[in-house]
Design a protein around this ligand. Structure first.
Ligand code: SF4
Length: 199
């Protein structure tokens, strides 16, 4: 790990190739797994306030879950995460959940879709934006690690083809999370590690 400001960054984040290939993976990270995406209380409040703009893009089942338990819940470890349908689909998946259409087109996030259509100012939860980097917080310090998931194999291959390591592919969410000055320092530190053949 290397420390940049108050953030510890694993060498995997600096070296492992990654670039999402939606045509190959169909955005499966939004529909697989056994919990929703981590969210902060501020993000929950923001999403709740934007619900009227995105609700029409959600499935009936997702709307029922949101009506029953809200847009987020605490997972078994106590972490606040987005609500899910059938124990795995994020409620904000826009794609119909019927099996006939599954796999034929990428899963779309209803929040991001509304953002791209300039209907709302919030892009998506930061944890989704940063994936597969996961952030752990220890008081005033943070640690960034690469969360490997076999459904992302196509992203590893695309990252290899394009020569894109995680920290470059995820420049935008890293700047969103920690600021441009921090990211610029990360670039300098990484360049120095390369010069010293440490990574
Ligand atoms: S994080 Fe993984 S599953 Fe999700 S879009 Fe990227 S490659 Fe696909």
């Amino acid at each position: 790990m290397v420390q940049v400001g108050n953030v510890l960054v694993s060498f995997d984040v600096l070296t492992k190739p990654f670039a999402c290939d939606l045509a190959a993976c169909h955005g499966t990270c939004c529909v697989e797994g056994d919990a929703g995406a981590p969210v902060t209380l501020d993000e929950v409040a923001e999403i709740e306030s934007l619900l009227p703009e995105i609700e029409e893009d959600l499935t009936d089942e997702a709307r029922e879950v949101i009506a029953r338990q809200g847009v987020a819940y605490s997972d078994p470890s106590g972490e606040l995460v987005t609500s899910i349908v059938h124990g795995k689909h994020c409620v904000f998946c826009q794609k119909p959940l019927d099996s006939s259409s599954q796999g034929s087109q990428p899963t779309l996030c209803a929040i991001e879709k509304a953002y791209r259509e300039h209907r709302i100012p919030f892009q998506k939860p930061l944890s989704c934006h940063l994936y597969p980097i996961r952030v752990s917080r220890f008081g005033e310090c943070y640690a960034l690690n690469y969360n490997r998931w076999d459904i992302c194999q196509s992203a590893v291959l695309k990252g290899q083809r394009e020569g894109t390591p995680l920290y470059l592919y995820l420049r935008e969410p890293l700047v969103r999370a920690f600021g441009q000055a921090w990211y610029d320092e990360l670039l300098l530190v990484t360049s120095e590690l390369h010069n010293q053949h440490l990574i």
